[in-house]
Design a protein around this ligand. Structure first.
Ligand SMILES: Cc1ncc(COP(=O)(O)O)c(C=O)c1O
Length: 479
């Protein structure tokens, strides 16, 4: 790992802890290692046969697996579970040794997806001040739960709301870091983001391909785009070592929201969006890629949304004769997307239930409880949930967004939610927007000895199957 010079006053204890608990578990080139071998590499696995089966079964496309080779770079299996761990380690370690980050300081950062603070999938809401105010209240609540003094935020409320109204979470993270004397990694502008991939991810892939008997010089690399760090870092390495542009960047179509990554229009203008470094850019339909996502999920591969999009793109390139050897970046795993999948995937002990099953077992639930951290159902929403589940409307209770946030962040059951749980300790059916929050709530309740199940797909799934507009069913919580 390369680093800046040590500041005289850096926090030695923090660096020691960071190195033993994080650096030692994540990919890095050890300081004294002259061979440049990357320690803790993530697996590079041959997905050719599985992709070929998927192509045939899902898309009716034949791939000659003797003539193509597709490797998945499973950053889903990195300690921490995401490709983002790589720049995070590089940037945070640098901040410690340069004295910018010390024990007790908080780190604030913006997600690299299209929407930092986002409406649920399918829900269109005006980016107006009403939403900004609700989002600011939400941010305030989360800061309070982290033990931060909310009066500091209140003094800057105008600036915070203005940034939220523009959905400018990149600047919001910087502002919060400044007012709370914390640290913002600034992953969109920090060269260490790119460098982490140039000095670790790329040589790692190079070394692993060699071990499989191949050369990176004969492969194309496909990656999605969040901040542009991965694509730029890989491209720079390949340019310097092989004089080639093997990196192809994939984006979802303009109106599609894929977790953690950007559409092309939201990438243009960012510092690390550098098309001159790429071999190609592709805008790919995520709806078509979903079949691949489900196929691989059913086979037990932990491939998240952006990885599925990239792998689907490789399939299409093979189909159109645009290459035969690929390394596909699998940026993260499947766990957080399970709620949206319609295939039976093994999750821990029936914390989830689909609508048909929930309907047929309705008598077994003492309560139906809405749990979401930002939205609550309108009357129409409650009606739809009750109809779909075959129960009376008054069986559907609504937890406050504030209580849901508190439950998730503290992993304890707030009194407000406790009061809504069935008195006879029977099972609770949890419903939210798309099934993600309610699954998380079910997990926390289980940890606290309360039996609950989450309705897969949430109210968004019901709105689709019943041809209803999400904005008629839910609204931003204002309490
Ligand atoms: C799920 C996912 N895929 C891909 C990427 C691409 O990473 P980068 O920020 O390096 O462009 C990210 C990160 O942003 C991500 O979260």
């Amino acid at each position: 790992m390369q680093h800046s010079s040590f500041s005289r006053q850096f926090d030695k204890d923090l660096l020691g802890k960071f190195d033993s608990e994080i650096l030692n578990r994540t990919p890095h080139v050890a300081g004294g290692d002259k061979t440049g071998v990357v320690a803790n590499p993530t697996p590079l696995v041959d997905l050719t046969d599985a992709l070929s089966e998927c192509a045939k079964a899902e898309y009716g496309i034949r791939i000659d697996s003797k003539r193509v080779r597709v490797f998945g770079k499973l950053d889903s299996q990195i300690f921490g579970g995401s490709v983002k761990v790589r720049p995070a380690v590089e940037i945070v370690r640098d901040a410690i040794i340069t004295g910018k980050l010390r024990s007790g300081q908080k780190i604030f950062e913006a997600t690299s997806g299209n929407f930092g603070i986002c409406p649920a999938p399918g829900l269109k809401i005006d980016q107006n001040l009403v939403v900004a105010k609700a989002a600011a209240a939400n941010v305030r609540e989360q800061l309070a739960q982290l033990g931060l003094d909310t009066s500091v935020l209140d003094k800057n409320r105008g600036d915070v709301e203005a940034l939220l109204a523009k959905q400018d979470v990149i600047s919001l993270a910087k502002l919060l870091a400044k007012i709370y004397n914390g640290f913002c990694p600034e992953q969109y502008d920090n060269e260490l983001n790119v460098r982490s991939h140039e000095t670790t991810t790329a040589p790692e892939i190079d070394q692993q391909l060699k071990a499989h008997g191949y050369s990176l010089g004969d492969f194309r690399i496909i990656t999605a785009f969040g901040t542009g760090g991965t694509s730029a870092g890989l491209a720079k390495y390949a340019q310097a070592k092989y004089g080639q542009k093997p990196v192809h960047v994939v984006f979802p179509l303009a109106n599609q929201d894929v977790a953690g990554i950007r559409t092309r229009d939201k990438a243009v203008g960012l510092r690390f969006y550098q098309p001159e470094l790429y071999g190609g850019e592709h805008e790919v339909d995520f709806e078509a890629a979903r079949r691949l996502l489900r196929f691989f999920a059913g086979r037990g591969y932990g491939i998240g949304e952006s990885g599925a999009l990239a792998l689907y793109s490789a399939l299409q390139m093979i189909n159109y004769g645009a290459g035969s050897n690929f390394v596909v970046m699998i940026a993260d795993g499947l766990q957080k997307y399970l709620a949206d999948l319609e295939v039976p995937v093994e999750t821990s002990d029936s914390l989830e239930v689909n609508v048909q099953e929930a309907n047929s077992k309705q008598q077994g639930y003492g309560e139906v409880l809405w749990t979401h951290a930002m939205f609550v159902p309108r009357e129409e929403g409650v009606k739809l949930v009750a109809e779909a589940l075959g129960c009376d409307e008054d069986k559907v209770k609504v937890a406050t967004a504030r209580d849901v946030q508190s439950l998730i962040t503290t992993e304890r059951i707030p009194a407000g939610i406790n009061a809504l749980l069935p008195k006879d300790k029977s099972k609770t059916l949890l419903v939210c927007m798309a099934g993600g929050t309610s699954l998380r709530v079910a997990e926390v309740l289980a940890k606290n000895g309360v039996v609950a199940q989450s309705l897969t797909g949430g109210i968004m799934n019901l709105s689709q199957t019943n041809n209803r507009q999400p904005e008629d069913l839910v609204q931003v919580a204002t309490e």
